[in-house]
Write a protein that binds this ligand. Structure first.
Ligand code: HEC
Length: 208
């Protein structure tokens, strides 16, 4: 009897020790990667975006002033939070609380064994964030220009970002036409925007 009580106690102590460790393994409170904001409404820059889903690298596509002035080609790397990516695979649309990070990164031609082409280096020239949060933003989406880890104010609706993304982006103001694994999914779910389909049709007329 004493032995059974002892085993029972040992099991309770073991559970008490193991459960909090298991909870920690699931990660910090924001492990679902939803956008978070400071008390004044500014966006807290996501720091772990390099662990999110990588969508594509545009080469010399950036409209960032620093990138335009750069002598070396500039890459822009696009990441999206994993939960929203999985929803997109099922539906061809982005759920509320989706976050994209566009990381503008400089390149080098000379280094190590490289003789031709360019590789990305450690010089980050800009971080831009695109967030879907219907309860918070008119039109559902907002843009941010992030500087370090300081909370970023929403760019005003007059910023060029809104017009270009609204008029040309393929799915819900995001440039899915440049994310090669996602474009066929949007086509399959018929979620491509009318403006994108028009751009595509106009382009087809000029290409023979
Ligand atoms: C003239 C058109 C144009 C303007 C202006 C523009 N973008 Fe974009 N944006 C693009 C294109 C094209 C892509 C796809 C990039 C790629 O494929 O590498 C993109 C992608 C992005 C992405 C990745 C997620 C997405 O929506 O597809 C973010 C974040 C982003 N832009 C932020 C901004 C911000 C912030 C501004 C304003 C400061 C801005 N953009 C202005 C054309 C534009």
């Amino acid at each position: 009897m004493v032995k059974q009580v002892f085993v029972c106690l040992a099991l309770i102590v073991a559970a008490w020790l193991v459960l909090p460790i298991a909870a920690l393994a699931e990660g910090p409170a924001n492990s679902v990667h939803e956008p978070t904001y400071a008390a004044d409404g500014r966006l807290i820059p996501p720091v772990d975006y390099r662990e999110w889903i990588f969508l594509s690298s545009g080469l010399d596509m950036s409209y960032n002033e620093k990138a335009l002035a750069s002598e070396q080609p500039v890459f822009d790397n696009v990441f999206v939070n994993p939960e929203s990516y999985r929803t997109f695979l099922q539906t061809g649309t982005w759920p509320d609380k989706t976050q994209f990070v566009l990381e503008v990164r400089s390149s080098s031609a000379k280094g190590s064994i490289n003789h031709r082409g360019h590789f990305q280096n450690g010089d980050i020239q800009g971080i831009e964030v695109h967030v879907k949060d219907a309860a918070r933003f008119d039109g559902g989406w907002a843009f941010f220009d992030v500087q370090g880890n300081v909370p970023a104010a929403k760019l005003p609706m007059t910023a060029a970002c809104y017009a270009c993304h609204r008029d040309h982006a393929a799915v819900g103001t995001t440039f899915v036409q440049f994310y090669p694994t996602l474009l066929p999914i949007a086509r399959q779910h018929a979620t491509l925007s009318a403006s994108y389909l028009k751009d595509e049709a106009d382009l087809a007329k000029t290409v023979h």
